[in-house]
Design a binder for this molecule. Structure first.
Ligand SMILES: [Zn+2]
Length: 180
């Protein structure tokens, strides 16, 4: 997929997620008090292991911030032949990531997201979800890892939420990491 297409699909999914979260917040705060929409309730439970609707406001804010990051963040394609030919401060990390067949990784200090060939290309339809995941790592300094017992700082939880509410295919990595 062209990177521009990946960015566009990501933004579309983030916007749709925002609309669903706003609807949930409205419903939560209404006097009729019928709970929140079932798709949002499901996503909270599945990806954040939570029923706490007080978290919705923070979630919405984070989704809004990432919607601005996705179109602008710099990406760099990195392959083995690129690494062999170029000296790069992060060569060791790049090699390590490629050893693990990692499709992408965030380098916020150097202001880019690395896309590793051929593992990035192999992600196909899951690329928008992966880009969103990396943008959460990139933008939020406290979200650099994937703790299963602390979903609010686990990038897979946000990837799952946006894919579910934004109607993107959810890659197998989300399920494996979150264990559902
Ligand atoms: Zn990650």
């Amino acid at each position: 997929m062209e990177i521009q297409t990946v960015r566009n699909r990501s933004v579309h999914a983030l916007n749709r997620t925002k609309i669903r979260l706003e609807a949930a917040i409205r419903q939560r705060d209404s006097s009729t008090n019928h709970g929140i929409p079932s798709d949002v309730e499901f996503a909270l439970r599945r990806f954040f292991n939570s029923r706490a609707t007080t978290f919705l406001d923070i979630l919405l804010r984070r989704v809004q911030l990432i919607t601005r990051v996705v179109p602008e963040v710099r990406v760099r394609r990195i392959s083995r032949s690129y690494l062999a030919a170029t000296s790069d401060n992060n060569s060791e990390r790049h090699f390590g990531n490629m050893q693990l067949h990692t499709p992408a990784a965030a380098f916020p200090n150097e202001h880019y997201i690395a896309l590793y060939s051929p593992y990035w290309e192999e992600k196909g339809q899951y690329q928008p979800g992966v880009l969103i995941h990396e943008c959460f790592h990139y933008y939020f300094g406290h979200m650099r890892g994937h703790p299963r017992d602390n979903r609010r700082i686990n990038a897979f939880a946000y990837q799952g939420l946006v894919c579910h509410l934004g109607r993107l295919p959810i890659g197998p990595g989300v399920r494996t990491n979150l264990g559902y």
